[in-house]
Design a protein. Structure first.
Length: 293
């Protein structure tokens, strides 16, 4: 009887230990599942963060810069980059935004302007690439061709130093005036040595020249002002894309120097200098904007 009691006690003890073991196994399994769930959640969060890090924010002037950027969104999306365009209508805030890191890049200016901005503001922004040139063009006003110009006719030109010099060089290239040799992009009306038609020059702020088209025979207008004024179809002739002005005043993408090898920036430049972008610029702007790549 004692032997049976002992065997029964041993059996109960064995069952009890086996029960504890089963409980531990279930607990381990639950812990594993919890760990797996946490790992999956972490992986999803990491993927989400990775996706977010592929956003590229670029500040730009509305036309043509923002329009050109809009045209490359699909190219960048195919590479997993979401392009966000922030439009600015002034020429100071976009550079400040890049310098502070509020945006990744900007697209609105040429290198001489950026160089001067850096010198005046203690910044060190650099060009990531040259994209397009906005040539000055001679636009029809009271006459529709240069052959129609008469003695004493007036021509409207921008009055700032850089654009007036470009305007005079463009007029000289058409044989309308002759400038002192070597004055280049520093030319002023005082450098005109021959003016066979006695042309008169109406000097205005660059943004005001389009408004004077009907008051003069022809006007020399910056491409970025001619486009919104709806004058693209009135262009007679424009600066040569291979000219000194085109190489000097090509519009660039500006960035912080430490971002020069950022894969998003490299992808942006690749898209902006693609054949698709060349075709977009050529077809949309009818010579008021020309690619330089």
């Amino acid at each position: 009887m004692k032997r049976l009691t002992a065997l029964f006690a041993a059996l109960l003890l064995t069952l009890s230990v086996a029960g504890c073991g089963g409980s531990e196994a279930s607990s381990s399994s639950a812990a594993a599942q919890s760990s797996s769930t946490e790992a999956s959640s972490f992986t999803a969060e990491s993927s989400s963060e990775a996706a977010a890090s592929q956003k590229l924010v670029v500040a730009a002037s509305p036309s043509p810069h923002a329009e050109i950027l809009e045209s490359v969104k699909d190219q960048l999306a195919a590479k997993g980059i979401e392009l966000e365009i922030q439009e600015f209508t002034d020429y100071v805030l976009p550079n400040n935004a890049v310098d502070s890191g509020d945006v990744d890049a900007n697209y609105f200016q040429h290198q001489p302007y950026l160089t001067n901005f850096n010198e005046m503001n203690g910044t060190d922004l650099v060009s990531a690439g040259s994209i397009h040139f906005e040539p000055l063009g001679i636009y029809a006003g009271q006459v529709s061709s240069l052959e129609e110009l008469k003695d004493g006719d007036s021509i409207a030109v921008p009055n700032d130093t850089t654009n007036e010099a470009r305007a005079l060089n463009l007029l000289a290239a058409q044989g309308l005036i002759t400038l002192k040799e070597g004055v280049g992009l520093e030319a002023t009306p005082m450098d005109i040595v021959d003016n066979p038609k006695n042309l008169k020059f109406l000097e205005l702020a660059a943004e005001q020249v389009p408004n004077a088209v009907t008051e003069v025979a022809v006007a020399v207008i910056n491409g970025n002002y001619a486009i919104p004024a709806g004058l693209s179809d009135k262009i007679i002739v424009s600066e040569d894309p291979q000219s000194e002005a085109a190489q000097t005043f090509a519009n660039i993408v500006a960035i912080r120097p430490e971002d020069a090898e950022d894969s998003r920036i490299l992808a942006l430049i690749e898209a902006l200098t693609s054949e698709e972008t060349r075709q977009f610029i050529t077809e949309k702007y009818s010579g008021a904007v020309v690619p330089v790549f």
